[in-house]
Design a protein around this ligand. Structure first.
Ligand code: PRX
Length: 684
């Protein structure tokens, strides 16, 4: 429990991103073009009145009504076991049916997914709703044959290929709880998540393309199974999709009795139909692991009814998805953005969702725009990191291609106003709206964003709260920080919403202590008003009600929109024998927003060397993955510490970021600060 409480202690704010946030000046407004307003799903400002607090929680039935239910709910929101909220209690539905089967009546031959492989010479593959139906059913038959059933967990360690949504929807058809691990994570990281979720089946692929390389992915499955076994979890079956039959998988080593190629299994299930199971709205749909303050990742558990209704509703009103749009979210399905806004939201609304295997700037910065032109993409969704990268390497590229977006999204990290304007002018070509969407793995869908046909966008701010979301900024003493005060505080959501996660898998105490304990005054209360959701972000609210998110206030670093826990990074570094102490801090980076810098102090008798640095880097790549690679590793003579021996990350972060270290006179070893500053700042 002490470990769990770490998530919200003062200590955790010491290296926080919010402390190094750049405070931009207030920008002007960008109203939506008339052409956008004319076709938008929500263009009447009166929609807000349907979501005011007096209509809560029933207002969200507008979202639930977008779905097809086997049985309607009896209770909209049950708060009796606060803060484990239950939405649509008594209702029954199936997510796979909602994303696939029901579209067969209206548009069976329309593309549900368009897969764009990274090699530019390879043809893209359009998968119609009917084909998706066939593939989902056949894979569901495979899972059923393995004995998997509702409530069991299955782990996917899959890259951006259409087999991933097929597998997700097949699991959802049977009520099997899926846990997709980002393909860029190491085998060891996947193994921890397999063990935590108690999965007995792992689904993977032989290889995939990334930045021009055909990567061997199966090797990670072997590492994952081994890592899971060390934690006492046995994996009985590893299902291997074949991305490149003949070219690659012939070389893939398979473990007899455990590993099977999926196409061999599918052969016995051609054309088989698996009826979707009617599941409770409150049953779990999937787990999505994310980093927290402690080393152990958190399996955020999302419900079928609440989650699906929320992503369908926000896809309709905020993404402005219509069935005849071609929608491309250039995120990865291994993260929550991909779950909500590549797979579940767009498919629930019956649109065409593009899946791109590769990186945005491979082979050059024109690739995304060629894809957009070729497929006629009209809604585009990406991260500030991708926008910064494309702007840096190919600022004039978008003008060379004839593509037209009506709507663009940014997600995952704060976007600098000048980057926003480049996106608006050069990619949007003055024809598109931009929504800056603030939310989290835990929240299922958007919390803060403009309603694109109603609100003007303001660069650098995500906008007002989403429909039916009532945020508040609180200081450490639970006082409200007023809008327009220019002061920052902890942004919290005062009310539950359908997309909010249900719990942390297997760690209910950590769920309460991390997200709800900080501002709860009565742990017995069943009134939702007593349980503000603590998001872990610093924010300010301008007088117009728009929120600006400053970054994490806890020990989480958001690198290129991906969350990394400082404890995870530090424990990886500590596996290196020579390392005595390690501290990970965020540093501002002009492409990735934030990156990690590692400070290392060595055990007595060891001297700094490039070999030790290389070992630390390798340890991080093995334990977490290449995405966690630090920007710099500084081997320093000692760490600045308080008299009680606590490492002062705030001071270290200030050194990395050339900001003021604040008062250091009370440290046990203030003299070391100057030494570190000289070492690091001279080298930069
Ligand atoms: O710090 C916030 C930042 O990303 C965190 C959530 O990360 P994750 O769970 O990986 O989900 C990312 C995709 C939703 C938040 O706590 N964040 C997310 N969106 C924004 C943002 N920061 C500023 N502006 C955003 N639009």
């Amino acid at each position: 429990m002490a470990d769990d409480l770490d998530d919200v202690t003062d200590e955790s704010s010491e290296s926080s991103e919010a402390l190094i946030a750049v405070h931009w000046r207030e920008e002007g407004y960008y109203p939506p073009p008339a052409s956008f307003v004319a076709q938008a799903n929500a263009s009447d400002p009166a929609i807000r009145e349907q979501f005011t607090e007096d209509k809560y929680p029933d207002c969200f039935t507008a979202y639930a009504d977008l779905l097809t239910w086997y049985k309607k709910w009896d209770t909209v929101l049950d708060t009796s076991n606060a803060p484990f909220w239950k939405w649509w209690v008594g209702g029954e539905l199936n997510a796979s049916y909602n994303c696939v089967d029901r579209h067969l009546e209206t548009h069976p031959n329309k593309a549900a997914l368009i897969f764009v492989p990274e090699p530019e010479g390879d043809a893209h593959q359009a998968i119609t709703y009917r084909e998706l139906y066939v593939r989902v059913n056949e894979f569901a038959a495979v899972l059923r044959e393995l004995g998997l059933k509702a409530g069991d967990r299955i782990t996917f360690h899959m890259p951006m290929v259409p087999e991933l949504p097929v597998a997700m929807l097949a699991a959802a058809r049977l009520g099997i709880i899926h846990s997709q691990v980002f393909a860029g994570f190491s085998g060891t990281a996947a193994g921890h998540r397999i063990a935590d979720s108690g999965s007995t089946v792992l689904v993977t692929i032989d290889g995939y393309y990334r930045s021009g390389d055909l990567l061997d992915h199966k090797v990670k499955a072997d590492e994952a199974v081994e890592a899971a076994a060390k934690e006492g979890q046995q994996v009985d079956k590893v299902l291997v999709f074949r991305r490149y039959p003949g070219q690659y998988s012939a070389k893939t080593p398979m473990v007899e009795g455990r590993d099977v190629f999926v196409d061999d299994l599918l052969a016995a299930h051609k054309g088989e139909i698996v009826e979707p199971v009617a599941l409770k709205a409150t049953d779990p749909l999937f787990l999505m692991y994310t980093s927290g303050t402690t080393g152990r990742p958190k399996g955020c558990q999302h419900s079928i009814g609440g989650y699906l209704s929320y992503v369908a509703g926000t896809s309709k009103y905020y993404q402005d998805i219509h069935p005849d749009d071609t929608y491309w979210c250039m995120a990865d399905i291994g993260w929550i953005t991909g779950h909500s806004y590549i797979v579940y939201g767009p498919l629930a609304l019956g649109t065409t969702s593009v899946i791109y295997e590769g990186t945005p700037n491979y082979p050059d910065a024109g690739r995304p725009w060629r894809i957009a032109r070729q497929l006629g993409v009209n809604i585009f969704h990406t991260s500030p990191t991708a926008i910064r990268m494309l702007r840096k390497v190919g600022p004039d590229e978008p003008a060379k291609y004839d593509f037209h977006f009506k709507h663009m999204t940014t997600v995952g990290e704060p976007i600098e106003p000048e980057v926003w304007r480049w996106y608006y002018d050069n990619v949007g070509k003055d024809e598109a709206v931009i929504v800056d969407t603030w939310w989290q793995t835990e929240t299922g869908g958007f919390l803060g964003s403009t309603l694109p046909a109603i609100d003007s966008a303001k660069p650098g701010s995500c906008g007002p709260a989403a429909l039916g979301i009532y945020p508040v900024i609180l200081d450490e003493d639970s006082n409200e920080v007023p809008a327009g005060s220019g002061k920052a505080g902890n942004i919290c959501i005062r009310n539950p919403w359908p997309g909010v996660f249900q719990t942390i898998w297997g760690q209910p105490d950590r769920f309460v202590s991390t997200y709800y304990a900080k501002y709860n005054k009565d742990p017995k209360s069943t009134d939702w008003r007593d349980w503000p959701y603590f998001a872990g972000d610093g924010a300010t609210q301008a007088a117009d009600g728009y929120f600006r998110i400053l970054g994490r206030v806890d020990d989480v670093i958001n690198v290129a929109g991906h969350r990394l826990g400082t404890k995870e990074l530090e424990s990886a570094a500590l596996t290196v024998n020579e390392v005595a102490e390690a501290a990970a801090v965020p540093v501002v980076d002009d492409v990735r927003g934030r990156m990690v810098e590692m400070y290392i102090a060595l055990k007595p008798g060891f001297d700094a060397s490039p070999e030790i640095e290389a070992k630390v880097k390798a340890a991080i790549e093995t334990d977490i993955g290449k995405i966690a690679r630090p920007k710099n590793i500084w081997i320093v003579p000692d760490m600045p510490k308080t008299r009680s021996g606590k490492i002062m990350r705030r001071v270290i972060a200030a050194t990395s970021n050339f900001t003021d270290t604040g008062d250091i006179t009370t440290l046990a070893n203030p003299e070391v600060v100057e030494k570190i500053r000289e070492q690091v700042q001279t080298a930069k």
